[in-house]
Design a protein around this ligand. Structure first.
Ligand SMILES: [Zn+2]
Length: 280
C-alpha cells in the first residue's frame, strides 16, 4: 500500500448549485478472477455501465455514456472472449427524458476513454464528445475503437488539451470550468488518452472517477492490478496503469474513488431519476 497523499488537496471553488447524479444503464457479468489479481473465479461481478451527470452553471457534462439503444450490436462487435451476458436498463438518454431534464444544459459527454462500454450510449446523445488527442488517435486505430468509430459519427468532437499542471500526483491536467470543480487528469495506460475525472462539490465532497484504471474497488484497496492475461489484452501500457493505480490508492482515504465498473463504488451518488421524483 502506498503512503497516503500528504496533501494539501488542490484548491477548488465549486459554485453552490453544482451537483452530481448517477444514471446506471445496465451491467455485464464477469468474474472477480478476471477483474483483479487475487479475485476468485466463483465470485461473479456485475460490471456497471453508468453515466454520471455533473451539473454546473457553466453547462452540464456527462462522464461516460453507459449502454445505448444498440447495446446488443455493441456487445456483438467484441471479440469472443470479451462478450459477456449483460442486462440493459434505461439508457442515459431515456433517464434524462424521464426526469424532464433540460437538454439545452448538456454541453457534452466527457469520456474516460473510448471503449464500447463507456461510449455505447452516445448513439442516443446528440451532443459533443469531449476527449483528447491521444484518445482520438487510439480510437481511430485500435480494434477496440470500433464501436466508438460508429457511435461518434456525426458528433462534434470537443478536443481539450492538458496543461503541465500537476494534480494529486498526475503531471498533466485540464481544469474544465476553471474553478477546480471538474479536473481531468491524463492516466494513459489503459488506452492512450484514458483520463481520471476529479470532481469537487460545494460541500467539499470529492470524487475520482477513474475509468478503467481498476475494474473493481478491490483493485484500489489492495491495491491489485488486473490479472496478467487481462493486462495483456486490455491495456496499452500496463506499467503506466500500475503507476496510476498506486497514485489513486494513495488518495483513497481523501476522496471517493469510483472505478467505472464497480456498482458499489457509486453508493451515495443520487440517481437522476430520484431527483425527478423528489421534485414532483
Ligand atoms: Zn470499461
Amino acid at each position: 500500500m502506498p503512503p497516503a497523499w500528504p496533501g494539501p488537496l488542490p484548491e477548488a471553488s465549486p459554485p453552490s448549485d453544482m451537483a452530481i447524479h448517477q444514471l446506471p444503464t445496465g451491467t455485464y457479468e464477469t468474474r472477480a478472477a478476471f477483474a483483479f489479481t487475487g479475485g476468485s473465479f466463483g465470485d461473479k461481478r456485475p460490471f456497471a455501465a453508468t453515466a454520471v451527470l455533473v451539473t454546473h452553471p457553466q453547462g452540464d457534462l456527462l462522464i461516460d455514456a453507459g449502454f445505448g439503444s444498440d447495446v446488443a450490436a455493441h456487445v456483438h462487435a467484441q471479440p469472443w472472449y470479451a462478450r459477456a451476458p449483460y442486462q440493459a436498463g434505461s439508457t442515459a438518454s431515456e433517464q434524462l427524458e424521464a426526469s424532464s431534464y433540460d437538454r439545452a444544459r448538456l454541453r457534452g459527454v466527457l469520456i474516460t476513454h473510448s471503449h464500447w462500454d463507456h461510449v455505447s450510449g452516445l448513439d442516443q446523445l446528440e451532443v459533443p464528445i469531449w476527449t483528447n488527442a491521444g484518445e482520438l488517435r487510439y480510437a481511430a486505430e485500435a480494434r477496440d475503437g470500433k464501436v466508438f468509430r460508429s457511435v461518434s459519427a456525426g458528433h462534434e468532437i470537443r478536443e481539450y488539451e492538458f496543461a503541465s499542471a500537476p494534480y494529486l500526483g498526475f503531471p498533466l491536467s485540464h481544469d474544465v470550468h476553471g474553478d477546480g470543480s471538474v479536473v481531468v487528469a491524463l492516466a494513459g495506460g489503459h488506452t492512450t488518452g484514458s483520463v481520471i475525472v476529479f470532481v469537487t462539490l460545494p460541500t467539499g465532497k470529492r470524487y475520482a472517477f477513474i475509468g478503467d484504471v481498476a475494474w473493481q474497488i478491490e483493485g484500489v484497496r489492495k491495491p491489485a492490478e488486473r490479472p496478467r492475461l487481462m493486462r495483456m489484452l486490455a491495456d496499452v501500457n500496463a506499467g503506466q496503469v500500475r503507476a496510476d493505480l498506486l497514485r489513486v490508492a494513495s488518495l483513497a482515504g481523501l476522496l471517493q474513488v469510483v472505478p467505472a465498473h464497480d456498482v458499489g463504488a457509486y453508493d451515495g451518488i443520487p440517481a437522476l431519476t430520484e431527483r425527478a421524483s423528489a421534485e414532483r
